[in-house]
Design a protein around this ligand. Structure first.
Ligand SMILES: [Mg+2]
Length: 227
């Protein structure tokens, strides 16, 4: 079992637990000729992230993501520029709220193992609240999966790929060697790069094999941690 290689696991939130809500973005982009189905929009997120990573874009730059997302959702060429603009204007921190079903299953399994876990997210001050509202997790005991800490970049004033952001989580995992702590994210630039620089073991969630041949570990689903 992959999870047995680690004594703790830290997670990104966007793209790992939560996606930009496909039940909002589906109808939004259908106006521009896109396919509104949920599976198409789930795939579009990772296509967007692959394009964002290929461009080396950090948190503030979503141009490549937006264009790749709308193309992947089936928006025709002549509508891509406008649909990408509409996506940019509509998607906001609070629309990252749709919980990924496989991830919830995996969290339940990791919790049952007693795996120490935490979240480190580039966010806008909202991520802990949305994770709880969406039924994913909370800091400490509660109705969902307990996390030792949920770090929000807006709150701590440091964002990935700056490895210093992980220090705000790692103080809750004292005594565990960094090389035995996995960090699971969906951005090569921010998550793989940041976790590597922090001395953690980076893992990319790559459900559609967009990063074949990469020199870092990949999983197709968080459920792979349990197999
Ligand atoms: Mg992410």
């Amino acid at each position: 079992m992959l999870a047995q290689n680690f004594d703790a696991i830290l997670f990104d939130a966007g793209g790992i637990f939560l996606l930009p809500d496909p039940t909002v973005l589906g109808p939004l982009l259908a106006y521009h000729g896109g396919d509104p189905s949920i599976s198409v929009h789930v795939r579009a997120h990772y296509a967007g992230m692959a394009a964002k990573s290929a461009a080396g874009s950090t948190e503030g730059f979503w141009h490549e993501y937006n264009e790749a997302y709308v193309r992947s959702a089936g928006v025709p060429d002549e509508e891509v520029a406008l649909a990408a603009l509409v996506l940019e204007r509509t998607r906001n921190a609070y629309t990252w709220r749709w919980p990924i079903p496989e991830s919830l299953i995996a969290l339940a399994g990791l919790r049952a193992m007693g795996m120490p876990m935490g979240v480190v997210s580039n966010a806008s001050g909202q991520i802990a609240e949305v994770l709880a509202r969406s039924g994913v997790c909370q800091e400490g005991d509660g109705p969902h999966t307990p996390m030792r800490v949920i770090v929000d970049s807006h709150v701590v004033g440091v964002a990935k790929p700056d490895p210093h952001i992980f220090d705000f989580a790692l103080e809750h995992f004292e005594g565990i060697d960094r090389s035995r702590i996995a960090y699971v994210g969906d951005s090569v630039t921010m998550d793989i790069g940041g976790a590597r620089a922090a001395g953690l073991h980076p893992i990319l969630l790559d459900p559609y094999d967009d990063h074949a041949g990469a020199d870092f570990q990949r999983v197709r689903s968080l459920e792979d941690l349990l197999t």
